[in-house]
Design a protein around this ligand. Structure first.
Ligand SMILES: CC(=O)SCCNC(=O)CCNC(=O)[C@H](O)C(C)(C)COP(=O)(O)OP(=O)(O)OC[C@H]1O[C@@H](n2cnc3c(N)ncnc32)[C@H](O)[C@@H]1OP(=O)(O)O
Ligand SMILES: O=C([O-])CC(=O)C(=O)O
Length: 378
């Protein structure tokens, strides 16, 4: 047993995985051998899900069957609908609502009685969870706004169908492609905190719904997936303040606050996903005549990279991309979950395939040798 303390498990190897490879010095991300740039340009989110869950890119035939099997699972059971409405009417926070919704999906899953490690059943459960999250999220968002939910359509792909259910109209090609690319970019990222959380839960032989529910809870925090919402709120605050971006960022650092969307446990350079999303955000700004969001972001990036050696992570440029697509700011993190659920499921399948209980240790630093004083004398 080693006595070396690795706070935050930094750099500790705890598993082998053939899902994603990250080179933090070069700023590279690879899913199952394919670079993220290649996948972002040449593969749909459904193809990436298939790649993560089945180990290889689908043939045309495999893909059509897979897309159809996902699309037919989009509908929610009545009980799930009622829960979505109840959470929206109670004004629950979107990530907390999603956590409750995912947990509740197991009540209606026909495979819920299967062995937790049954791979065929888990692939079916995984498809259902992944297919239903967008339906639940779009309905939640619309009910909060006083609108009726919109039923999913089976003829649209995963990305377009979500935007259709959210906005009530089919997205144009630019919006559909940008959103699909964002889903591809967020699908997996090694043993990030939420994925680790999913695998810890799976390692006790809890089931897939329990593992994904744990992961949603972990993703919600501001040091992880919650940062994309924080980034947009910061950019809106900067815009309102009328300050120069450099002055704004200096004030923020002087106040001892972190700048959301910067820094990363694994990357020492710019996150490759931020590189791709920066270009998307810029293009959307040029097309819509709103270049200031991207301009602010670039000014902040240049300042922090030069002065503090901090580079942007994926959350920094996804924020202005989603904003310019008209997506409500407080569902940015649930949208991250909509994509990352693919990676969580793939990692849980890997964990079940070669399972050992995950159970690290803490060094005890509390008192010893105490004895219980009778209550009346304490
Ligand atoms: C999808 C994702 O999860 S990507 C990450 C999303 N999260 C964020 O963007 C939140 C802001 N970023 C952060 O808080 C951190 O960079 C994390 C949580 C992502 C990584 O944390 P760690 O690897 O533990 O790095 P740690 O917190 O030790 O930071 C190292 C140093 O950089 C500084 N630093 C790191 N990130 C930031 C930031 N965003 N703003 C200002 N300073 C920062 C820290 O203050 C620390 O400085 P110090 O050594 O002088 O105290
Ligand atoms: O890997 C991490 O620690 C965080 C991250 O970028 C992700 O989950 O996408």
């Amino acid at each position: 047993m080693t006595e070396e303390l690795k706070k935050g498990l930094e750099g500790v190897l705890v598993a082998e995985s053939s899902l994603s490879f990250i080179d933090g010095d070069a700023g590279e991300l690879v899913y199952r051998g394919y670079t993220i740039d290649d996948l972002a340009r040449n593969a749909s989110f459904e193809e990436v899900l298939y790649l993560l869950w089945h180990g290889e890119l689908p043939t045309t035939e495999d893909l059509s069957a897979f897309e159809a099997s996902m699309a037919e699972e989009r509908g929610l059971d009545d009980g799930a609908h009622r829960l979505v409405r109840e959470l929206a009417e109670a004004d629950e926070k979107p990530m907390a609502a999603l956590r409750t919704i995912v947990s509740n999906l197991s009540a209606y899953d026909p495979d819920v009685g299967s062995e937790p490690t049954d791979e065929a059943a888990n692939l079916r459960k995984g498809r259902r969870i992944t297919a239903k999250i967008p339906t639940a999220l779009a309905a939640f968002s619309r009910i909060r706004d006083g609108d009726d939910p919109i039923a999913p359509r089976e003829d649209l792909d995963h990305a377009s169908n979500f935007l259709y259910m959210l906005n009530g109209e089919e997205p144009d090609d630019v919006l559909a492609e940008t959103f699909d690319m964002a889903l591809v970019l967020h699908a997996d990222h090694g043993l990030n905190a939420s994925t680790f959380s999913a695998t810890v839960t799976a390692s006790t032989l809890s089931d897939l719904h329990a593992s994904v529910t744990s992961a949603v809870g972990t993703l919600s925090g501001s040091l992880h997936g919650g940062a994309n919402q924080d980034v947009m709120e910061a950019l809106l605050e900067l815009d309102d303040s009328g300050k120069d971006p450099i002055e704004w960022v200096e004030d923020r650092l002087d106040a001892g606050d972190r700048v959301p969307g910067f820094g990363h446990r694994v990357y020492d350079v710019k996150d490759p996903r931020a590189r791709i999303l920066s270009a998307e955000s810029e293009a959307l700004g040029e097309a819509a005549g709103t270049p200031h969001w991207h301009d602010y972001s670039v000014a902040i990036e240049e300042y922090l990279t030069e002065k503090n050696g901090l580079a942007p992570n994926v959350d920094f440029y996804s924020a202005s991309t989603y904003y310019q697509m008209g997506i409500p700011v407080d569902i940015y993190t649930p949208i991250f979950a909509m994509s990352r659920v693919g990676g969580w499921i793939a990692h849980v399948l890997e964990q079940y395939d070669d399972n050992r209980l995950i159970r690290p240790r803490a060094r005890y630093v509390g008192p010893t040798d105490l004895s219980v004083t009778p209550r009346a004398e304490r």
